[in-house]
Design a protein. Structure first.
Length: 261
């Protein structure tokens, strides 16, 4: 592009844009928004400009085997915090009533970019090997999904058994104990802490839904132990080595394109 004397820069840029070939799938795959550092500042609008289909209703009315969706319950419908019919993965996390009331998830909360050239971490010397790459996955489950879909750590909490078997001993209310224990919680930019606390009062299913009730994995997530008023100075053995702060990008006050979130 050459700048002609007396021609406005905006006109030159517009003309140059018109001369560029129309975007296609292969060029879009290599968009800077799919890589560091640009993805750290990508907004939902940036992502949905190309991926709008993830928020469109698209659940089958009938499964390939002939089972009607209206006649059965999916696993995520089995806690009373989920209402309505079956829905798609991204809509459940971004646009369902419960998600909008207690979560503030963004596309980049889970998606931090990946190497579009290959799906194997050992396939070349340039592959991402820093812990940000998982075989054939566009997210790292251990640092995203596991936060809300791990097993409840009943042993560490000293419960006499699984929550579903013992919840009536605590009036199905997690705040029976947690009104005074680990009270500094949910202070991350992808959740709405005040809304979670209000919804969880007297309804253990709100808490259990994300702390074991929708477990995809057989392991628990090692949540950071944020200090709380009255916290014992001695760290129990099971918690030794745990971080004391959430990941930097999730701490409240981090910014996306200059806007606090």
């Amino acid at each position: 592009m050459s700048l002609v004397l007396g021609t406005a820069l905006s006109d030159v840029l517009a003309a140059d844009a018109k001369s560029q070939p129309a975007p296609d799938y292969q060029r879009a795959r290599y968009s800077a928004l799919h890589f560091k550092p640009a993805i750290d500042k990508a907004t939902d609008a940036d992502c949905l400009a190309c991926h709008a289909e993830v928020l469109k209703p698209s659940v089958r009315e009938t499964s390939p085997a002939g089972v009607r969706a209206a006649d059965v319950k999916a696993w995520y419908q089995r806690t009373n915090t989920y209402g309505g019919a079956q829905d798609t993965f991204h809509r459940r996390h971004l646009s369902s009533d419960f998600a909008k009331s207690v979560m503030a998830l963004q596309c980049t909360t889970c998606h931090q970019g990946h190497d579009v050239r290959e799906e194997h971490p050992q396939s070349s010397v340039t592959s991402q090997r820093d812990g940000g790459f998982r075989l054939r996955k566009s997210v790292v489950p251990e640092t995203t999904c596991l936060k809300c879909h791990g097993q409840m750590n009943t042993a560490a909490m000293g419960l006499p058994g699984p929550w579903r078997e013992t919840r009536e001993m605590f009036q199905n209310d997690c705040l029976t104990c947690h009104a005074a224990i680990r009270t500094t919680r949910h202070r991350v930019n992808y959740l709405k802490p005040e809304a979670i606390e209000a919804a969880g009062k007297g309804n253990g299913e709100v808490c259990y839904g994300c702390h074991g009730g929708r477990a995809w994995y057989r392991i628990t997530y090692p949540y950071p132990r944020h200090a709380w008023p009255g916290m014992a100075e001695e760290t129990p053995d099971w918690a030794k080595g745990r971080p004391t702060q959430s990941e930097a990008r999730f701490q409240i006050g981090t910014t996306v394109k200059g806007q606090e979130k």
